[in-house]
Every structure is written in structure tokens, then in C-alpha cells.
Design a binder for this molecule. Structure first.
Ligand code: ADP
Ligand code: MG
Length: 695
């Protein structure tokens, strides 16, 4: 037994009663190694066993205690044999259903008995029912008292039960009552949080008293929850700002603009930069001329012209005799960039090179050699550029398109590819407009530029939401548009993220549509085609040889065909709003009025209806992203769910966004005045995770 004074932060979980290796291993899966980590494992919800609820007031999906008389009990032989009891109190009746029961249970669970039950009410065949509730008889005289506190329900893992977690937690809370837990927030910061002591907040959240404001607690807005949410958001913010500081302390090559080169580039474009493009270009050029690495995010709606801005930035590095990496999240987008960059840069005598996972062995060897020798000045590719075998001669700038699909750690991998002693500048471009509140939190490590203007001459896309029962009308609409010399997209979506299945679905659709639309040239593109095939299809569509392009969501980004003015999206309810917005951005690029038909599978849930309505009503990417955030949560909006960056224990960005400005101020204050505490806050909330994400 370790001394009682062992601090909670370092006291191993195995010092709690009954925690042997097997249990410790399960706890470790939840990231719990110390008593403090256990205390920060917070309930995801609460069950109320402190009072008896009237049956008439039960809500489906909510657990409750009831007390009632058994009116009837029968063994029913349905699909599965079950014991069904009808119970009643003065406010209503309820069914209890048991699939497993002994003869003795059957004997006593019979008409005339009075029981107290605890369980979750669900909708059943005849009104509400509880399946396998916990129950006890109220006939005898040894009735247990009701719980004095709400019962917490914890996120858990296989083989670790709620009662077990609760027992461990009470032990930890007992320790907490005799031992201090480090209060890491400076007094000045705590002032804005009603000075709620951390220990009290933890105690309340693990064992809320019966008279707690349940509504507040359920919504996560109880001041004690907000106290912890603040600290958690602060931990994330600190971690990103620390990361940024670390990078900024490194040295980057200073890249001056060569006006002759950039002017030749601009002259050969068929258009003038928009004011927004010129402004953002200026911001980037200023960053690049400085000796610390740029960390800049460029946000711009689909079609706002980010690529040109990226190319201008690339020229700064080229002029300095250094290399640039341009990375895209998909093959098709990388391909599109390859075409754009080589078209624009070849006339200026700049050598480009392409690298993706689909290159043949020999092509790949050649590309790697050109990258290593420095002969390739601008290297365009997919995540293949992250591979360890890719060694640049002198990488000065990494341009990452659609960053939300790459994790922070991948960005870092590119940073390591610089010539020793130097860190490349990073330019991240995203077409997913990020609501301000989210940007502040998710991209705290980046400076932001916004291209908030579309090139002139674009007409907004009119969007219709149509049931798939009217599919024939929609097919007719495609025919009519193509008859007028326009082109159209037909986008197939799948729930499963399987390229193979998606490709199959798209093939079937293309087949069907070419039967329904004789005389039209229907082309098909999906992620499974070989590069050359894809390129041939895209070229056919670009030149107008193909009228209708059936595609999977691979066309989401990058495809640019101004004559295409109609887009049908099948089962749009399966996609996020921001993704739909991106898809829709493929049309409305020419001068003619464009349309988008969202062809949903009926019936549609209310929630989905609401989401599709947002698409019909707005073409403003920022507004759509805000709505997406409200309707689906930040993980979906940012697409970072896989990378686990944005998983919070208690905070919720949409709900707690109002905390962010003061979180940001607190983070800056702590970094300059309480450095040691900053690190401890990060460690407490992010523990092992931040080492994985961080530098
Ligand atoms: P995105 O921001 O979605 O990546 P792109 O860079 O692909 O947008 O640009 C979309 C289209 O607009 C391209 O055809 C591009 O050549 C064109 N474009 C970019 N800037 C301008 C501009 N200032 N004026 C007119 N067209 C432009
Ligand atoms: Mg783009």
C-alpha cells in the first residue's frame, strides 16, 4: 500500500481495492492509469433512482423507478417465450417483460404482488414496457431506501460493468475528500468560473445530489459541468498553441517574391485576380518572407479560386530555388492539380512532378529520384507524399488542400521532410467553411485568411428537393438540359464507405440511365478506375463529348466544367451538408443558370428534411457549415472523427462555443504567466493523446 499522501495525479489505479492486472488492463483501454484519470472519466448521462415516478409520466428511452401492483402475469409464446406482467399504479399501466425467468420468479411475479422496478421504458406492442427491469417486492418489510444521489452512467469497455466503475469511483472520491487535487487554473481565470473548486465539481458530477437541477445536468449546462468543460477546452487550446509555439521557434527559409515570375504567371491567366484573392496572396507572401514557418489556413468557398493563390505561393519558393509539395486528399483532385499546375507552370520553365499510390513501380522510382535531386520543383500528389521513402532535396513550402481530411500528425510528417535545420512553411486550404467559433478551437494553431468573394459572372445554383418517387421527371429534366447543349452530373452516394460497392452502384446507375436516355452520351467515373481511364472520362466530359457524367462522390472536389449546369444527387440525406455544398459547387461555374436536384429516398425523417431544407435555402458555405454544426456536431463538420482530435469528455463545441473567447484569453494568459500549469492542464485532459498529435 503506497503512502496515503501519494498525489492523485500519479497514484496508480492499482492501489484501489480489487484492481488487479485484468481490471487494470480494461481501465487502461479507457485511458485510465491513475486515480486522477479515473476521476476525470466523467459520466455520459445519469439515471434517476432517487424517486419513484408515476407510470403515466414515463418517457420512452428514459430509465426510472416505478412502484406498482401486478395485475396479471402470463407466459407468452411468441417468437420467444417470455413472462409478461401487466403492472399498474394510480396513473397508468406498464408491461414488464422477462425472457429469462426461473420457476420461482414466475411463481412470485404474479397478480397481487406489489413491486418496485427500475428500468428503461420502451415502446412495445401495447404501450410502454420495461425489458428485464431490476425489481424488488414491496410486500415484505425490508424495503431498501431509494438512492440518495443520481446514478451516473459511464462510457465503458467490454467486461467492465457500470456497478464496478461506480464502486471504483466512490473509492476515488473518498480519496479526493482527504487529498487535494491540483487546482491548475490561476485565480484570475477561476474568477470567471464562479470560483467553483475543481474537487467539488468532480464530486457533484460523479454523485449528483437528488435535488440537483436535472434539466441543466442533462443539457450539460450546470455551472459545475461548465467549470470542467472550460478546463477541457482550455487544455485543447493550450495544446494547439504550444504546438504552434514549438513550430514557430523553428527556422524556415525566407522566400522573397520574384515579381518578374509572378507577373508572367498572372499575365498568362485568362482572368484578373479578385480583390479577395489578391489580399490573401499578399498575406501569404508576407508570411513566406519571414524566417519562421508560416502556419496559415486559407478558407474559401468552392470555386472561390484557391488554386491560383496556391500557385502564386509556390512561385515564391521556386524563385528561391527551393521545392514545393502540393498535396490533395483524393486521386482525382491530385490529378486536377497536376493538370492545373503543369499547365500554368510549364510555360514559365518550372518543372512539376506527380506522385500517387497508383504510379507504376518505374514511374514511382523516377518521381522519387526527381524529388530527391531537386530536379522536381513543384511536386503534386496524394498522401503518398507523406511516405518515409519520399525525400525532398530542399522542401520550403507544403501546400495542403482540403486539410480537414488530413490529421495534424500527417501535416507534421511533411514538416520533417525539410532540409535539416529548416522547417517548411505550411499553407492549408479548405473549402469547408469553418464556423468562426469552431475555427478558433480546431485551428487555434493556424493563422486564417478567407477568400470571401467568388470570381465575377457566377450565378447562384437553384436547388430543389425531390422524392425518388419522381425519379422519372428528374431523368426527363436531364434529357431536356442536354438537349439544349448543357451537361449534367448524376452523383451516386452510398452509406458504406466502400469504394468497390460505390463503384458498383454507380455502374448500375449509369447502365440504367443510358437505357432511359437514348441518344445521350453517358460517362461514368468512380474511384476504382485506373488513372488513365479516369483522365479519359474527365477529358470527354470537359470537351463536351459526354453529356451526362455519372459519378460517385469522388468528384466532390476539384472538377471544373463550366458548361455543366445541372446536378442530380441521389440520396443526399446520406451526406453532410458541407459535403453536399461542395458537390453542388461543381455546377454554377458558367454564365448560365444552374440547378441542383436533391433526389432523396422517401420516406425522409424530419431531421433529414430540415437538413435538406438548409441546402435549398442557402448557397452560403459559412451559413451551411453553421447549420451542419448545429445539426450534426463538430466531428462531422470537420471530418476529424477518424483522427480523434476533437473528441471531448465533457465539452461540446456547439453548446459551449460561448466559452471559447474566454478560453482563448485564458490560454494566452497561462502560456505567458503560468507555463508549468499549462503543461499540467494539457496532460490532465489529453494525456497520451496529445503526444500522438503533437510535435
Ligand atoms: P477552388 O477554390 O474551389 O479550389 P479553383 O481554384 O478550382 O476553386 O477555381 C475555380 C475556377 O475559377 C477555376 O476554373 C479557376 O480557373 C477559376 N478562377 C479562379 N480565379 C478566378 C478569377 N479571379 N476570375 C475568374 N475565374 C477564376
Ligand atoms: Mg480546389
Amino acid at each position: 500500500m503506497p503512502p496515503a499522501s501519494l498525489p492523485l495525479a500519479t497514484r496508480p489505479i492499482t492501489t484501489l481495492k480489487g484492481v488487479g492486472p485484468a481490471l487494470a488492463e480494461k481501465l487502461a483501454r479507457l485511458g485510465i492509469l491513475t486515480v486522477q484519470q479515473l476521476l476525470f472519466h466523467l459520466p455520459s448521462r445519469y439515471l434517476d433512482r432517487t424517486r419513484v415516478q408515476p407510470i403515466g409520466g414515463l418517457q420512452p428511452g428514459v430509465s426510472a423507478v416505478i412502484e406498482a401492483d401486478i395485475r396479471a402475469a402470463d407466459v407468452v409464446y411468441g417468437r420467444r417465450r417470455s413472462l409478461v406482467c401487466r403492472v399498474q399504479d394510480t396513473t397508468g399501466t406498464l408491461t414488464l417483460r422477462f425472457f429469462h425467468f426461473s420457476a420461482a420468479q414466475k411463481q412470485r411475479l404474479s397478480a397481487g404482488s406489489r413491486v418496485r422496478c427500475f428500468g428503461e421504458a420502451r415502446r412495445g406492442g401495447s404501450g410502454l414496457e420495461m425489458i428485464h427491469p431490476e425489481y424488488e417486492y414491496l410486500d415484505g418489510d425490508s424495503v431498501k431506501p431509494l438512492a440518495g444521489t443520481l446514478t451516473p452512467h459511464y462510457p465503458t469497455t467490454d467486461g467492465l460493468t457500470q456497478p464496478r466503475l461506480r464502486t471504483l469511483m466512490s473509492e476515488a472520491l473518498t480519496l479526493l475528500s482527504v487529498q487535494p487535487i491540483d487546482e491548475l487554473l490561476p485565480a484570475q481565470v477561476r474568477q470567471s468560473l464562479d470560483q467553483i473548486p475543481l474537487a467539488e465539481a468532480l464530486k457533484l458530477l460523479h454523485q449528483p445530489p437528488a435535488d440537483v437541477n436535472l434539466q441543466q445536468l442533462a443539457e450539460g449546462v450546470h455551472p459545475f459541468q461548465q467549470r470542467l468543460a472550460f478546463e477541457e477546452l482550455l487544455a485543447h487550446q493550450l495544446s494547439m498553441l504550444q504546438f504552434r509555439q514549438r513550430i514557430r521557434r523553428q527556422r524556415a527559409p525566407t522566400l522573397q517574391r520574384d515579381n518578374r515570375l509572378s507577373e508572367r504567371f498572372l499575365q498568362q491567366l485568362a482572368f484578373e485576380l479578385t480583390a479577395a484573392q489578391a489580399r490573401v496572396d499578399g498575406e501569404i507572401a508576407t508570411d513566406l518572407a519571414r524566417p519562421e514557418p508560416m502556419l496559415r489556413l486559407v478558407q474559401g468557398d468552392v470555386g472561390s479560386g484557391k488554386t491560383v493563390v496556391a500557385a502564386l505561393a509556390a512561385l515564391n519558393a521556386v524563385a528561391a530555388g527551393k521545392q514545393v509539395a502540393v498535396m490533395a486528399p483524393t486521386e482525382i483532385l491530385a490529378e486536377q492539380h497536376r493538370i492545373n499546375f503543369s499547365d500554368w507552370l510549364a510555360p514559365l520553365g518550372v518543372a512539376t512532378c506527380f506522385l500517387s499510390g497508383r504510379l507504376k513501380a518505374r514511374e514511382k522510382r523516377e518521381a522519387l529520384a526527381a524529388i530527391a535531386s531537386g530536379e522536381a520543383q513543384v511536386v503534386i500528389g496524394t498522401h503518398a507524399l507523406f511516405q518515409p521513402e519520399v525525400a525532398f532535396d530542399d522542401l520550403a513550402l507544403a501546400i495542403i488542400d482540403e486539410q480537414h481530411r488530413f490529421g495534424v500528425h500527417q501535416r507534421l510528417a511533411l514538416g520533417e521532410k525539410a532540409r535539416s535545420g529548416f522547417t517548411p512553411h505550411q499553407l492549408i486550404m479548405t473549402a469547408t467553411p469553418i464556423p468562426r467559433t469552431l475555427a478558433m478551437s480546431a485551428y487555434a494553431d493556424l493563422d486564417c485568411s478567407v477568400i470571401d468573394e467568388l470570381p465575377p459572372g457566377r450565378t447562384p445554383v437553384a436547388t430543389a428537393v425531390v422524392s425518388d418517387q419522381r425519379r422519372e421527371e428528374v431523368v426527363e429534366r436531364v434529357r431536356a438540359a442536354c438537349a439544349q447543349g448543357r451537361q449534367a452530373y448524376w452523383v451516386c452516394t452510398l452509406i458504406e464507405e466502400s469504394e468497390a460497392l460505390e463503384a458498383q452502384a454507380a455502374e448500375a446507375t449509369a447502365q440504367l440511365l443510358s437505357e432511359q436516355l437514348p441518344g445521350l452520351n453517358v460517362a461514368l467515373v468512380h474511384g476504382r478506375l485506373k488513372n488513365a481511364e479516369k483522365e479519359a472520362v474527365m477529358t470527354a466530359f470537359k470537351t463536351g463529348e459526354a453529356d451526362l457524367l455519372v459519378a460517385t462522390t469522388v468528384i466532390e472536389v476539384g472538377v471544373d466544367v463550366p458548361n455543366a449546369s445541372l446536378m442530380i444527387i441521389e440520396n443526399p440525406e446520406r451526406l453532410g451538408l458541407s459535403q453536399l455544398h461542395q458537390l453542388r459547387g461543381r455546377v454554377g461555374r458558367g454564365a448560365s443558370a444552374s440547378h441542383c436536384v436533391l433526389l432523396y429516398g422517401s420516406p425522409l425523417s424530419n431531421h433529414s428534411k430540415q437538413r435538406l431544407r438548409v441546402m435549398r435555402e442557402s448557397t452560403d458555405g459559412f451559413y451551411i457549415a453553421e447549420q451542419d454544426l448545429e445539426l450534426r456536431g463538430p466531428g462531422e463538420v470537420l471530418g476529424t472523427r477518424q483522427t480523434g482530435q476533437m473528441e471531448f469528455r465533457i465539452a461540446e463545441l456547439a453548446r459551449d462555443a460561448h466559452l471559447l473567447p474566454s478560453v482563448r484569453r485564458a490560454a494566452e494568459y497561462m502560456l505567458s504567466h503560468h507555463k508549468e500549469h499549462s503543461a499540467a492542464v494539457v496532460e490532465r485532459w489529453l494525456g497520451g493523446r496529445e503526444r500522438y498529435l503533437g510535435a
